[in-house]
Design a protein around this ligand. Structure first.
Ligand code: SF4
Length: 353
């Protein structure tokens, strides 16, 4: 694993280990003070499905949003708030700032990163692309502002299939970065000519096909719902493959009662809210063994804490800033994606492999 990923991961794990669990009393006081402060400065929380359930619930009750990265970007852009508090990881804060340059964007912890973002450093990526100058550069939202600024298109997992299909119809050959598993899934689903960058998510990469097969055989009535950042051998066992929002919609509308979920286990909180009569089981990873980096929960997402949100809001710390020129170019690619999604229906990705 790339050394910057290893170092950042270790830092996140250490911080998570050392953090105390707040009592209900402490949490209630934090929420009260936070709400008063947010109302005073006109702030809203834009939160990802993978963060702590207490933050998700507070975001909704205080008028913010819990969403996937596409919806987070759209919500932040359209919000009337003057301050956006992004509970997620670094690239989500940068995307919010790029789309809302006049708003103040803060994050509870600036060290909350992503293995995909860290594994796609701009200078190496530029060198890679310069060896294939005729290819259209499509990057996942999980990248730095610099990588987005360099790209032709930005996609999220909820719109990647539609955009790649569109590029294929227009005879484009593609470089896709940074997630190789998502790139492979797109290649198989669309038949497009895709050259992948070699990166992966430390959470989804750990799902194991052998163990999943065993779990399936013990629960044949359960549907297997998998995020496309997972390895191909795991995706092959899925009944449904889709982005986090698509996974939630699928389990809520299915007539089945049991589901095996192959993504960060933070998503199960929202699934239970949307489908309280159903049961959810985590897809197996290597467990707490030596090779398990995440055990189905992102250590960087876990760094988000309501107490830290209150602290940075009180002190005015941890503002996200993106240099103007980078922001301008990155915004063009992100807005192209948002405009594309307004024009096209995102298809239902029932598995077609
Ligand atoms: S779950 Fe994976 S893709 Fe998402 S932020 Fe964590 S490392 Fe990045």
């Amino acid at each position: 694993m790339n050394i910057s990923i290893e170092t950042s991961l270790e830092k996140a794990r250490k911080l998570n280990r050392l953090r105390s669990v707040p009592s209900d009393y402490e949490l209630e006081n934090v929420k009260k003070e936070l709400l008063a402060l947010m109302q005073k400065i006109n702030a809203q929380i834009v939160c990802h499905y993978y963060v702590d359930a207490a933050i998700q619930d507070f975001a909704i009750s205080s008028g913010g949003v819990v969403a996937d990265s596409l919806e987070m970007a759209r919500f932040g852009k359209e919000s009337n708030a003057e301050v956006l508090i992004v509970a997620g990881v670094r690239f989500m804060g940068e995307t919010a700032k790029i789309l809302s340059p006049d708003k103040k964007v803060i994050m509870p912890n600036l060290a909350a990163n992503c293995s995909l973002d860290l594994g796609c450093e701009i200078e190496s990526f530029k060198r890679f692309c310069s060896n294939h100058p005729n290819r259209t550069v499509v990057v996942y939202a999980n990248t730095s502002a610099e990588v987005k600024a360099f790209s032709d298109w930005v996609v999220t997992s909820s719109c990647a299939v539609s955009i790649i299909n569109y590029l294929k119809e227009n005879q484009q050959e593609i470089i896709f970065a940074p997630d190789m598993h998502l790139g492979d899934y797109l290649k198989k689903t669309t038949g497009a000519d895709i050259l992948n960058w070699d990166g992966h998510c430390v959470v989804h990469d750990e799902f194991k096909a052998f163990e999943l097969k065993e779990l399936k055989s013990r629960m044949p009535e359960a549907e297997v719902v998998i995020h496309p950042e997972s390895p191909a051998s795991v995706i092959e066992l899925a009944d449904f493959v889709g982005s986090t929002s698509q996974m939630i919609n699928f389990v809520a509308s299915s007539n089945k009662k049991k589901f095996i979920i192959g993504t960060d286990n933070g998503l199960i909180h929202m699934m239970k809210k949307k489908a309280p009569d159903k049961q959810f089981f985590e897809a197996p990873t290597a467990g707490n063994g030596a090779t398990c980096k995440s055990c189905a929960h992102c250590p960087w997402m876990e760094m988000n804490d309501l107490r830290d949100i209150l602290a940075v809001l009180r002190d005015g710390r941890n503002e996200i800033l993106v240099p103007k020129e980078i922001s301008y170019s990155a915004r063009k690619s992100i807005e192209k994606m948002l405009a594309f999604n307004q024009l096209k229906d995102v298809p239902k990705n029932r598995k077609t492999l």
